[in-house]
Design a binder for this molecule. Structure first.
Ligand code: M6R
Length: 617
């Protein structure tokens, strides 16, 4: 989950590292550090806490060697082994070797006891530092720097990547990947940059190379070289050109990335529709051809595997795929599916759904099933991500970079993709039967845009409600049908960014236990669009109302019954196909958690204990 940057070239290295780490802080922000070459060896500056701590340390201690350095590495940490202290912060030093690490060394206990026997005294509690001593041992035995990194890396079990410098080899940085991502690019001004993802690179170039597992990258002022970890043989990297731009990774005037990303949902939907469909065809739901499309269209059953918000989008996907696409769909948490024996039908296709494309559990299921010859698909927002490269076929969402840890536009673009799949399968069963759904679908971006940005933009209303309920003890979100996963998503968001206890429930389940919790100190958010389930949800609401909770009703603008039962009411936009109400409903729960988080003064974009891509189990 940590973020890594390495740079060597002609620019001030620390500047490149700090700018890069700012872009990577979403991966973890417990502690931060940089190491850079100086005429007196490699200097390390690091601290517990966010990057700004290291920046202020540097500001208080100007240093010409730091400003003149053109080679260095940096790291932002999400603690696994050892607390988030300055000693445990990366970079770590082992003699002349200095390194940063992302991932986990599973056999670190064995390695540590060997190293202790050899007389090494690791300073930190991390598994990462140990790798430096392994490299050092290889160099002591006469191996070159690059071969030492290769040989040391082969002794390690677990998914990880390292970026390493050595004082005896100035101007050279070696990166190795097995599991955790590493991206490489040549700096057009000379030299090269390595990072955990492409975001720190985009301001210099869009031509990048995603290292494969088992590859080693050597960067120097002369450029880049890729080798096989196993044999050391040279590999010719196939660079790809990314279509993300630097503007997309700035806040664009919004106070938080999360808010910007909520407002970007209409355009993210347009981009996802335009890029996923073959727009040269007039028939509805013709998916732009690629390997994944055949796998999808020939499947007899789909098994959607995901975590967190991606799991909730998959639950909604199931409704649509079964309802419109008439295909059986299973949905499971990757972390659960992984450790149970499952039975798949003939021609079942496993789909790993993950905005980051790096989530460890989702990836593990995909790999496991691939080994069993089950056809696999990926659905992700990140080109070049591990899931996108390992799945048998990959569909992309076109949400653009999502920086806020809370998933927003990646969620709604996943929904859009499931809707397109459902429509395409419907058309497969009967040509023309998807036309109406298609017309309803393509109105969504406009509908959502007016809902968010029109004269009476919904955010203002939600902010006023949030102000009135901010001191309540806890929240229940309830809904039925496709609104149920939105209830789960609303509760997740509120916990995640506002640290308020919240639960999402299928409305019909309240009376089977949780209703005992309901009293005046609680808020119940009732998601009741004018759909097939509305009436039942309303009767569940009556039960809650009698127990004194504050009710926030979310439903059709003309639903006077729901309005009468609610203390606060959020009107949904008029929508022809009520199945599609999940899009504005998603915006409502996202904005409610956002406004409550702002009122609580939490760190909205980087909530505590979390990271954007969860690359550890
Ligand atoms: O990258 P993924 O979609 O695989 O991530 C899965 C979850 O970690 C993620 O959705 C998480 O729940 C979000 N931060 C929620 O907003």
């Amino acid at each position: 989950m940590c973020g890594i940057v390495g740079y060597v070239g002609t620019r001030p290295a620390v500047d490149v590292l700090v700018r890069g780490l700012k872009r990577l802080e979403y991966r973890g922000y417990d502690s931060t550090g940089v190491a850079f070459e100086t005429p007196r060896g490699i200097l390390i500056e690091k601290s517990e806490g966010k990057l700004e701590r290291v920046e202020s340390l540097m500001g208080a201690n100007p240093n010409a060697d730091r400003s003149n350095s053109v080679c260095g590495i940096g790291h932002t940490r999400w603690a696994t082994h050892g607390k988030p202290t300055t000693t445990n912060a990366h970079p770590h030093r082992a003699g002349s070797v200095v390194l940063v690490h992302n991932g986990i060394i599973e056999n670190y206990r064995e390695i540590k006891s060997e190293l202790l026997k050899l007389g090494y005294k690791p300073e930190s509690e991390t598994d990462s530092e140990l790798f430096g001593y392994l490299v050092l041992e290889e160099m002591k035995a006469g191996q070159s720097f690059v071969n030492s990194v290769r040989r040391a890396f082969k002794k390690i079990d677990g998914a990880c990547s390292f970026v390493v410098m050595d004082e005896k080899h100035p101007g050279v940085i070696v990166g190795a990947r097995n599991g955790s991502p590493l991206v490489l690019a040549k700096d057009p001004q000379g030299g090269a940059i390595l990072a955990s993802d492409a975001q720190p690179i985009l301001e210099y170039t869009k031509d990048v190379y995603f290292l494969e597992n088992g590859e080693v990258a050597i960067i120097s002022p002369q450029g880049v070289e890729i080798q096989s970890l196993e044999t050391g043989a040279r590999i010719t990297p196939a660079f790809v050109t990314l279509n993300w731009s630097v503007d997309q990774i700035d806040k664009g005037g919004y106070p938080h990335y999360m808010l910007k990303e909520i407002y970007e949902q209409p355009s993210a939907l347009v981009d996802t529709f335009n890029s996923s469909l073959d727009r040269s065809r007039s028939e509805p739901f013709v998916l732009a051809p690629h390997k994944g499309v055949d796998l999808l269209m020939n499947a007899k059953e789909l098994t959607l595997i995901a975590c967190g918000t991606s799991y909730y989008s998959s639950m909604i996907g199931k409704y649509w795929l079964e309802n419109y696409g008439e295909i059986p769909v299973n949905v499971d948490f990757a972390s659960e599916y992984r450790y149970r024996s499952s039975v798949l039908r003939e021609q079942s296709v496993l789909v790993g759904v993950s905005q980051s494309g790096e989530t460890a559990d989702t990836l593990a299921v995909l790999r496991e099933l691939k080994k069993k010859n089950v056809p696999t698909l990926g659905l992700t927002n990140v080109r070049g991500s591990t899931i996108s490269r390992e799945a048998g076929g990959t569909f992309f969402t076109y949400a653009g970079p999502e920086i806020g840890v809370a998933a927003t536009k990646s969620f709604t673009t996943q929904l859009a993709t499931f809707l397109m799949w459902a429509g395409a399968l419907r058309e497969k069963h009967k040509k023309g039967s998807g036309q109406k759904l298609f017309e309803e679908m393509i109105q969504l971006p406009h509908l959502l845009k007016s809902y968010l940005e029109g004269d009476n933009g919904v955010q203002k209303k939600i902010r006023s409600i949030a102000t009135q309920v901010q001191n309540k003890k806890g929240f229940f979100f309830i809904g039925r049908g496709p609104s149920f996963p939105i209830a789960l998503e609303g509760a997740l968001k509120l916990k995640e960014i506002a640290y308020i206890h919240a639960e999402g429930y299928a409305a019909g389940e309240l009376k089977h236990g949780p209703i005992a919790m309901i009293d005046e100190s609680m808020v119940v958010v009732v998601l009741a669009p004018k759909d097939h389930w509305r009436e039942k949800t309303i009767s569940n609401l009556e039960e809650v109302k009698a127990r004194g909770a504050t009710i926030i009703g979310v439903g059709d603008a003309n639903d006077s019954h729901l309005k009468d039962l609610s203390h606060h009411f959020v009107a949904l936009p008029a929508i022809e196909n009520e199945d599609l109400s999940v899009f504005p409903l998603a915006a409502v729960v996202q904005l409610l958690s956002y406004e409550l988080a702002v009122l609580k003064g939490t760190d909205v974009d980087q909530p505590r204990n979390l990271a954007k891509s969860v690359t550890v189990e």
